[in-house]
Design a protein around this ligand. Sequence first.
Ligand SMILES: NC(=O)c1ccc[n+]([C@@H]2O[C@H](COP(=O)([O-])OP(=O)(O)OC[C@H]3O[C@@H](n4cnc5c(N)ncnc54)[C@H](O)[C@@H]3O)[C@@H](O)[C@H]2O)c1
Ligand SMILES: *[C@@H]1O[C@H](CO)[C@@H](O)[C@H](O)[C@H]1NC(C)=O
Ligand SMILES: *[C@@H]1O[C@H](CO)[C@@H](O)[C@H](O)[C@H]1NC(C)=O
Length: 323
Amino acid sequence: MTDPKEGYIVIIGSGLIGRSWAMVFASGGFQVRLYDIIKEQVTAALEDIRKQMDELTKSGMLRGSLNADQQISLLSGSSDLKTALEGAIFIQECVPENLELKLKIFSDLDAHVNNTAIISSSTSCLSPSKIFNGLRHVKNCIVAHPVNPPYYVPLVELVPHPQTDPITVEKTYHLMKKIGQSPVKLMKETDGFVLNRLQYAVISEAWRLVQDEVITPRDVDIVMSEGLGMRYAFLGPLETAHLNAEGFKSYCERYGESIQRVLKNSGPVSNFSSDAMIQTIFVYLQALWDEQPDKSDQLTERREWRDACLSHLAKLKKEMKKE
Ligand SMILES: NC(=O)c1ccc[n+]([C@@H]2O[C@H](COP(=O)([O-])OP(=O)(O)OC[C@H]3O[C@@H](n4cnc5c(N)ncnc54)[C@H](O)[C@@H]3O)[C@@H](O)[C@H]2O)c1
Ligand SMILES: *[C@@H]1O[C@H](CO)[C@@H](O)[C@H](O)[C@H]1NC(C)=O
Ligand SMILES: *[C@@H]1O[C@H](CO)[C@@H](O)[C@H](O)[C@H]1NC(C)=O
């Protein structure tokens, strides 16, 4: 493999996720080019990244070993696709989640890249088969699905197309490691990948428990944030089970039957367009917000608070890691 730092990481789409990716790659010392179909969006992205990096520096949360100025100097922008792709070794696509749009982008990229560049998609829900079928460079294509916000949550799900070259998977895996993300490899495609399949199971059960009037929306959120989530920030469900009994086998012997009984009686999949339920949950979220002292911009403030929590958690996880 050529030393990646010699070539360019190209980000296609300079929105929320594109900006985050750009920052993560720059923190790893890579040269990054941001492309967007809207010229102003590239300018806005570069300005926003500088602002974010300055704030991260102030709070001591800037990632990587380079300072903000050094990281900024690795970033450039372009609103011409061909120029943007010059010297590209790895392309991370971050355009809106729309199949037609993605197909158009990948066919354009396919026409411009050379035989070694990796084409990676940030898609949350579209399967590699849907977006990469028939491309000349399909063996270099992969999904690298980040978690929002990628700067604070390191997981990346790598999902291959059936024709993806194993070398593409390995190269992408090592690149992700190099920039400080935590990649996992799916061995084949599955609808929703893995993170969302797990997340949907949790949302679905929360919805059911509220709908069945077992618990209030506020309390179901507390069950996760003050209960399950405390452990899950450090251990997965399998190791959690292992530690909750005398090993995993003992866990299955002790709890297997009751787990099966509970799941069997869980009923059909909920209908997530129930107006009554959406209203109930809205009332809870509104009340939660009304308790806050400053009520300027609900979503923005709460997201900033979330990101601050996550960056502290990331620090703690690093300290707690036994190497
Ligand atoms: N937002 C999340 O929580 C999240 C998490 C993981 C993955 N993703 C995935 O990341 C991708 C991007 O999501 P986002 O939230 O950053 O969207 P966004 O709307 O914030 O940004 C999309 C950007 O793409 C640009 N764009 C539109 N058409 C384009 C084109 N033809 N060529 C180049 N640029 C174009 C837009 O101008 C915009 O800047 C989606 O596939 C989404 O599923 C999002
Ligand atoms: C493709 O382009 C990259 C970046 O310029 C370069 O490092 C690589 O050697 C090229 N590969 C081929 C096969 O031309
Ligand atoms: C879900 O609920 C909505 C609104 O109550 C209804 O219009 C729709 O038909 C339901 N869908 C299914 C699959 O039951």
